[in-house]
Write a protein that binds this ligand. Structure first.
Ligand code: SF4
Ligand code: SF4
Length: 308
C-alpha cells in the first residue's frame, strides 16, 4: 500500500457479544495475508481477549502508572485548599485535620500537587493496569489490561493511544494498517479510540437490541465526524437478514457487508484460529468465509477514498 501514514480503522459496537473482536481479528489477518504490515490494538481493556482468538500469548508486560497524591503531614498546614479545588471530591478534609485522599475517586489530574502552598503533596504513583505487545503469525498486537479493582479504564486506553501516537510520529511506515478494537458501549474509552481513527466500523446483529445499540453508537460516531459503515454479524439469524438490512438502509445507515451464521466461525473461536488466516483449513466456500471476503474487498475500496 502506498501512503504516508497508516490507515487507522476502528471496530466498535454499541452492544457486547456482537462479534467486534471476531471482525477486528479477521480483518487484521486478511490485510496481513496480502503482505501489509498490520498492528491490532485491543482497547477493550476490561476484557482484552484478541490474543485468545489468535492463539497468542501475552508478552512484554509493561506497567501503566497512575498519579496518586501522597500527603506529607509534617509539611501540611491543614489549610484545605487542595480539597476545596479537587473537582473529583477525592480529598476528604475536615477543619484542622490533614486531608485524606480517596483514591477510587481521584482522576489523577495533579491539581492538588500543583497548588499546595506548602509543597505538602508528593507525586506518588500506583499501577492502573498493563500494556502487552506481541506478534502472532506476523501480526503485531498491542493490548491493554485494566488492573482488577481499578476503575480508570480510560487511563489504559490513553496509554495505548500514546504508544500509537509515538509509532505514527517516529515510524510512520512501520505499519500500513492499524486496527483498533474497542470495548462495547458508547462511553469515554470507546470515544477516545473512535476519535483517533480514520474510519469507524460498528458491528451489529439483526435484533431489536442490536439496532438500538447501533443507533446509539452511530450518534457518537457522527458527533466525532467520522466516516462509518456497518457490518451485520450473524445476519441469517432467525431469517431476519433482508428485513434488518432494509431497516438500516431506511435509517440511511451504510452497510459494509454481512456475515451469516456459520459453524466454521464457531469452530474458529474454539480453536483460536481466525477463519481468514492463511492455511487455516476452513471451507473457502462457507458462508462466513465468503462474507468476510466480500467485506474485505468493500473495505479496500472504501479506504482508497479516504484522504490521509
Ligand atoms: S493544600 Fe497542602 S497544605 Fe493545604 S491541606 Fe492540602 S496538603 Fe495540606
Ligand atoms: S489528583 Fe486531582 S482528582 Fe486526584 S486528589 Fe488531586 S486534585 Fe483531586
Amino acid at each position: 500500500m502506498n501512503h504516508i501514514k497508516p490507515n487507522v480503522i476502528c471496530i466498535t459496537g454499541g452492544k457486547g457479544g456482537t462479534g467486534k473482536t471476531l471482525c477486528a481479528v479477521n480483518l487484521a489477518v486478511m490485510f496481513k495475508n496480502e503482505g501489509n504490515k498490520v498492528l491490532l490494538i485491543d482497547g477493550d481493556v476490561e476484557n482484552p481477549n484478541t490474543y485468545l482468538l489468535l492463539n497468542g500469548k501475552l508478552e512484554n508486560k509493561k506497567e501503566v502508572p497512575f498519579f496518586k497524591p501522597k500527603i506529607i503531614e509534617k509539611k501540611c498546614s491543614k489549610c484545605g485548599l487542595c480539597s476545596q479545588n479537587c473537582l473529583s471530591n477525592a480529598l476528604l478534609h475536615v477543619k484542622d485535620t490533614f486531608p485524606i485522599p480517596m483514591l477510587t475517586l481521584c482522576s489523577g489530574c495533579q491539581l492538588c500537587y500543583k497548588i499546595c502552598p506548602e509543597n505538602a503533596i508528593e507525586a506518588d504513583s500506583k499501577t492502573m493496569g498493563w500494556i502487552y505487545s506481541t506478534t502472532v503469525n506476523g501480526l503485531s498486537l498491542l493490548l491493554g489490561e485494566l488492573k482488577p479493582s481499578e476503575a480508570r479504564s480510560a487511563a489504559i486506553v490513553e496509554a495505548l493511544l500514546e504508544k500509537l501516537k509515538t509509532i505514527i510520529e517516529k515510524e510512520p511506515s512501520k505499519f500500513d494498517i492499524i486496527i483498533l478494537d474497542t470495548a462495547p458501549g458508547a462511553h469515554c474509552d470507546v470515544e477516545l479510540l473512535i476519535a483517533d481513527a480514520d474510519i469507524v466500523i460498528p458491528i451489529t446483529e439483526p435484533t431489536k437490541f442490536g439496532k438500538l445499540d447501533l443507533i446509539r453508537i452511530m450518534e457518537l460516531i457522527k458527533l466525532l465526524g467520522k466516516e462509518t459503515r456497518v457490518i451485520v454479524n450473524r445476519s441469517s439469524l432467525l431469517g431476519f437478514r433482508e428485513q434488518f438490512l432494509n431497516e438500516l438502509e431506511h435509517e440511511n445507515i451504510e452497510i459494509l457487508g454481512d456475515i451469516p451464521l456459520d459453524s466454521d466461525i464457531v469452530e474458529s473461536y474454539c480453536q483460536g484460529t481466525p477463519i481468514m488466516e492463511k492455511n487455516s483449513g476452513f471451507n473457502r466456500e462457507g458462508a462466513g468465509y465468503i462474507g468476510f471476503t466480500q467485506i474485505y474487498e468493500n473495505l479496500k475500496k472504501w479506504l482508497k477514498t479516504i484522504k490521509q
